[in-house]
Design a binder for this molecule. Structure first.
Ligand code: SF4
Ligand code: SF4
Length: 123
């Protein structure tokens, strides 16, 4: 009889598990984790640099809804998270720090349309 596997079982029996009881327990997300984007539209100057540098063409410059056009008359980045590879080049290139990647990563969805992040979400 091989002793190796039995020894291994006993060695691991008293170790702290590597997994957590998700969703009751969540692991701490590193500060630099690249998750969902955040756009500070008031800082955005509509230069389009984020859209141009995006390797996956995940950013389109779009107009905001008509009721907000007076305040935001230009075009602003709309991110399709379904196309994004979270490289953060858009964040790196933004001259105003207007687009940033947050640590939020609960992005799985069954609805394809919900992957598109409009520049302004109307509540
Ligand atoms: S993180 Fe990368 S792939 Fe995603 S939108 Fe920004 S530039 Fe494009
Ligand atoms: S988010 Fe930044 S890079 Fe993108 S259009 Fe606005 S200012 Fe330019």
């Amino acid at each position: 009889m091989k002793i190796g596997p039995v020894k291994e079982v006993f060695k691991n029996l008293f170790k702290k598990p590597m997994t957590v009881m998700f969703p009751q327990e969540v692991v701490e997300i590193p500060e630099r984790n690249r998750g969902e984007h955040h756009l500070d539209i008031d800082e955005c100057i509509s230069c389009g640099a984020c859209a141009r540098i995006c390797p996956n063409r995940a950013i389109m410059m779009v107009e905001v809804p008509p009721e907000l056009k007076e305040k935001y008359p230009k075009t602003y980045p709309q991110v399709d998270l379904g196309k994004c590879c979270f490289c953060a080049l858009c964040e790196d290139v933004c001259p105003k720090g207007a687009i940033t990647l947050t640590t939020y990563f609960f992005l799985a969805t069954f609805e394809k349309d919900t992957t598109i992040k409009e520049p302004i979400i109307i509540e």
